[in-house]
Design a protein around this ligand. Structure first.
Ligand code: KG4
Ligand code: ZN
Length: 346
């Protein structure tokens, strides 16, 4: 089976083609093309939805052509067309979903509406869980620009929300603090870069809601705002390191607590913030201390891309699911399985 997926939920335009290996476990990523719009939004300090959707429309046809040519296949050989149908920016989601629906109708193949968060959540299994029954039960920490969630994963489509942010997402906190510090967008990589030379213990920033399953990062951000006017001299590295450490402390503590409570043997991490090397290292060490297996996607799979949507699509297809082409995009799509219609149940 070959799945072509489009990801246009935010400011990255992605097209990927994933083929299941016949006769053996595994799948081959035949192509993965991503066009970043960072430069177009950087001067505004954040994403402008109107610019994002127009750019998706500009980039998508070229990426599609490149992906098909890199994969050395014809579009008629694709068995299903998948697209992110939410959560995300409505006008951006609409572009990828409309293209995938058009291709599905044109070639008479199934359409798969994929939840962006499910793409992130399954991305740590890329390459070694190519069958729907190969996903081990796990605690999944999704940390991106729009979400911070802890999910108990029992199987594909069987997800239970343990906790989520009550205000800013972890990536959003990185982006907002970076902006306050005069650093570029996206803020996470900038803060990580400056943190390398800094002392993570110099500034004691608040770790909020430590005894809850939910997260809150706005207090940390406000603490930085009040601290900044009082600082003199060279503080950038120490402040970045202290802020990054405060976020890591909260994420690691809550993830390990969730793994203990749910008695799972595997912890996974995904989403843009999971590119952060210090977070990966510290969560990995905490898991090792607890005897937990730790799975993290390769950095290129952490930020938004279509390969993770293709993997979710392939696994869903193997599980017998497909969507109706009449299915609408949903900017607030929740991570629940009931939106997927069971195909050929009899
Ligand atoms: O998953 P993603 O590409 O998009 C969303 O679905 O939101 O995540 C983007 C977020 C941004 O907030 C960015 O600052 C953050 O991921 N990020 C990082 C790092 N790389 C990206 N945060 C911390 N450290 C990083 N190295
Ligand atoms: Zn994302």
């Amino acid at each position: 089976m070959t799945v072509l997926a489009l990801e246009t939920s935010c400011d990255e335009t992605g097209v990927a083609i994933l083929r299941e290996r016949s006769g053996s476990l595994g799948s081959d990523l035949l192509a993965s093309e991503v066009a970043s719009q960072i430069a177009a939004h950087e001067k505004y300090g954040g994403i402008v939805p109107e610019i994002a959707s127009r750019n998706h429309l500009v980039y998508a046809p070229g990426l599609l052509k490149r992906a098909v040519s890199a994969a050395k296949i014809c579009l008629s050989e694709v068995d299903a067309f998948a697209a992110t149908s939410g959560p995300g920016l409505a006008s951006s989601l609409m572009i990828g979903a409309s293209i995938a629906k058009g291709l599905a109708i044109g070639f008479g193949k199934p359409y798969l509406a994929i939840n962006h968060l499910e793409g992130h959540l399954l991305s740590p299994f890329f390459g070694d869980a190519d069958r729907v029954d190969k996903i081990s039960p796990n605690i999944s920490l999704i940390v991106s620009g729009g979400h911070t969630m802890l999910i108990q994963v029992r199987a594909i489509g069987d997800y239970q929300l343990i906790g989520q942010t009550v205000d800013d997402a972890a990536g959003e906190a990185f982006d907002k603090v970076a902006k306050m510090l005069g650093l570029g967008y996206p803020g996470g990589p900038e803060i990580e870069k400056n943190a390398r030379s800094g002392d993570p213990h110099r500034f004691d920033l608040p770790r909020s809601m430590l005894n809850s399953e939910n997260f809150s990062f706005s207090g940390m951000k406000t603490a930085v705002r009040y601290l900044l006017p009082k600082l003199k001299g060279n503080y950038l590295g120490d402040l970045c390191a202290s802020f990054q450490q405060a976020i890591i402390d909260v994420l690691v503590r809550k993830t390990i607590a969730a793994a203990r409570i749910c008695r799972v043997g595997v912890v996974t991490i995904s989403g843009g913030v999971s590119c952060n090397q210090e977070l990966r290292r510290q969560l990995g060490e905490a898991c090792a201390r607890e005897g937990l297996e730790f799975k993290n996607p390769e950095p290129w799979l952490c930020t938004d891309n279509a390969a993770m949507i293709a993997l979710a699509g392939l696994l869903r297809l193997q599980g017998g699911f497909q969507s109706q082409v009449t299915e609408e995009i949903d900017p607030n799509l929740a991570l629940v399985p009931s939106r997927y219609a069971l195909r050929n149940a009899t």
